[in-house]
Design a protein around this ligand. Structure first.
Ligand SMILES: Nc1ncnc2c1ncn2[C@@H]1O[C@H](COP(=O)(O)OP(=O)(O)OP(=O)(O)O)[C@@H](O)[C@H]1O
Ligand SMILES: [Mg+2]
Length: 338
């Protein structure tokens, strides 16, 4: 049972009732019906309408899992994982093979039941009809019917998702993933990378609020990866939240707002790439070559440059050194792979 705090702000000219409102199943559905309203830097959902008045509530996280555990016989795939993907947030889920990434995503989709713990999509139980209609999913190992064209496949998924986007939605999605010219091509006549991009377009049918992508760029060439990166940035601008599983650390570093690292079914590190990065000193480029000051920080740079110039050296540049996500990752997982 939820209690929704009513906010005294108008929506579309309607006055807002200042009472507390108990959210029932109907109200939960309203949240997913995307009646979102933005004020300043915050977004609220319309929890209920009362003639010309309405009640606003906080927007729940696109994905919230807490204390999630999954056991397959003797194998503990997840043991007490908690994480959130907020609105318009792009979270990268990293970890060695067998860390539990796909298991977590499958639980979020409702394909796998957790042994214990909770998983909610947009405030409703993962796997419920409401939750499924709010998310799009690209599986790690997917296979589409070879005889279907790109356009036919998207049409099928529009029917399955109940999307009324029609031809316009299909063209927009195919354009987003760079497959507009290949819309009539059958899946079996596509390269692996093209199929993967089609898979991303399929996950976007019906404009989901949450996108779950399990290694979506593993088969892509560098240009294809860049297409997906641009696409993810565009989705963020449109308010879509994304959980992205990947082993491509440089890519995760480029696009993700936050990173969660799993090891043996547990979260071993989490934060923004900048929070996770450790300072590693300062490098100054002089006519005598690059010099590294391992103990120095950004604040030391003016003094270091002044000393070098006083010494008669020419300075061409200075930069603060931090550990890369790859270094953070290797440290967090202790060099483990399986
Ligand atoms: N259906 C299943 N039955 C039994 N064990 C399973 C099943 N699915 C996954 N596991 C086990 O659960 C653990 C986590 O697997 P999962 O697929 O979630 O890892 P992952 O992090 O996605 O790995 P990868 O990077 O290789 O995709 C592994 O030990 C795996 O063998
Ligand atoms: Mg996996």
């Amino acid at each position: 049972m939820f209690l929704c705090v009513v906010l005294g702000r108008p929506v579309d000219g309607a006055s807002v009732r200042s009472v507390r409102f108990r959210l029932d199943r109907f109200a939960a559905r309203q949240r997913i019906a995307s009646r979102f309203r933005g004020f300043g830097d915050r977004t609220f959902f319309v929890a209920s309408w009362h003639h010309s008045e309405c009640t606003l509530g906080d927007v729940p996280a696109a994905l919230a899992v807490s204390g999630l555990a999954k056991r397959y016989g003797a194998v503990e795939a997840l043991s007490g994982v908690s994480l959130e993907v907020g609105e318009s947030e792009l979270v990268g889920l990293l970890g060695p093979n067998g860390a539990g990434k796909s298991t977590l995503v499958k639980i979020a989709c409702g394909l796998v039941r957790p042994t214990t713990g909770r998983a909610e999509v947009c405030g409703v139980r993962a796997g419920s009809r409401e939750a499924r209609s709010a998310m799009g999913y690209l599986a790690e190992l997917f296979r589409f019917p070879g005889w279907m064209s790109a356009d036919e496949l998207l049409k099928l998924h529009q029917r399955l998702a109940g999307s009324e986007g029609g031809e316009r939605e299909r063209s927009e999605l195919l354009e987003l993933v760079g497959l507009l010219d290949a819309r009539a091509r059958t899946v079996e006549a596509m390269s692996k990378g093209m199929q993967q991009r089609l898979g991303i377009a399929q996950a976007l049918v019906g404009s989901p609020r949450l996108l779950l992508l399990d290694e979506p760029t593993s088969a892509l060439d560098p240009v294809g990866r860049r297409t997906v990166r641009t696409l993810l940035e565009e989705l963020k601008r449109r308010g879509v939240s994304v959980l992205l599983n990947s082993h491509l650390l440089s890519e995760i570093e480029l696009v993700c707002d936050r990173v969660v690292i799993l090891l043996g079914g547990k979260v071993v590190a989490a934060g923004t790439p900048a929070e996770l990065a450790r300072p590693r000193g300062v490098e100054i480029e002089t006519n005598g070559g690059a010099r590294t000051y391992a103990e120095a920080s950004r604040d030391d740079i003016p003094r270091l440059i002044a000393e070098l110039v006083q010494d008669g050296q020419s300075v061409y540049g200075a930069r603060v050194l931090t550990s890369t996500l790859e270094e953070v990752y290797v440290e967090a997982v202790g060099g483990e792979t399986s």
